[in-house]
Design a protein around this ligand. Sequence first.
Ligand code: PLP
Length: 380
Amino acid sequence: MIAVDSGQWRDEFPVKDELIYFNHAAVCPLPRRTAAAICRIAEEYRDLGSWDYVHTLEVVRRGRERLADMIAARPHEVAYVKNTTSGLLLAAESIPWRDGDNVVVAEIEFPANVYPWLNLRRRNVEVRIVNPRNRLLHLDDYRAACDARTRAIAVSQVQYSTGQRMNLPALAQMAREHSAYLVVDAIQGLGALRTEVGEIGADILAADGHKWLLSAEGCGLLYVSDRIIGDLEDHWRGWMSVPEPLDFAVCDQPARPDAGRFEEGTPNVLGAAALDASVGLLLEVGLSEVERRVLGLTDRLIEGLQRIGCSIASPLEPAARSGIVCFEHPRLDADEAVELLQRHCVAAASRLGLVRLSPHFYNDEDEVDRALEALQAGSC
Ligand SMILES: Cc1ncc(COP(=O)(O)O)c(C=O)c1O
């Protein structure tokens, strides 16, 4: 593993010439190699169509292996999906619900992790809502919401509106005690925080590539553990969900006994090429090193924000920290503070009345200090 000096990766991120980009929790800038990988595949299609399709598809296979590697899963436990929502919809619709079962989900989840569960009301599944206290979620409130009819706990690895990193091992344990599944929306964690599915205890996990994974929009991953794939309903069988998709004349094949059953048709090859390149970069840097850098930058941000009188809404205890820092400015409302930052070429976001900053590993301390200076200018 290479020790990270953010300068070493600077050339991968042309965005640094233009902006202080602290908005990875929204949509990331593409690394140079990722943009090049997309162009390369586009040129192959431009010049050859499907002449060398077997070779073209190699990137899909390699990308899946890298994704599996990144989360310490096996490649057949990983399917490409078009976004987080589609992964969560597949999860919600595949769980074998019985009349009167319930799913536990927090009120402040991003809507991508709410609608798939609300849809289940038509199947007489109860949606049990966990409310935050002072914007943060507490394990006790999840525990109180679970009972013998709980079939799933659905949760973000990191909450988009506060940056709270959830205690997934504890939630996994709670799910197991109720014979329920732990379904994780991982888009705000994967790529910033080292994530091993065995360690966090996820049964199902979904994320698109366009935030911390540093990839393009519209191609992400769905992880389905081998432990539970056999429990899931086979309701999404397309021509590519089966063991021999090229046996075009045979249409009575069963679904594949792995996550590949959720890849119902032709893959998004350009998206897979982008993920392959970006995940390759993250693996090259080292996932622990990426996490160390990200948390080092958010530490510095929190310290500096407190010094200039901002009130931090994100949790401060190390175990609940992530790449997201949310705060209130002493004088400006969140939209005004984001505008002020924009005037200083700092990309930030305003979410639920808070300013949200989300640096990645290639950002540096100098950028943090310049963003703080901009905010301080607005304090007086
Ligand atoms: C927690 C969370 N889940 C999901 C999404 C997006 O879902 P999708 O990839 O389906 O667009 C976002 C942000 O846009 C998010 O913050």
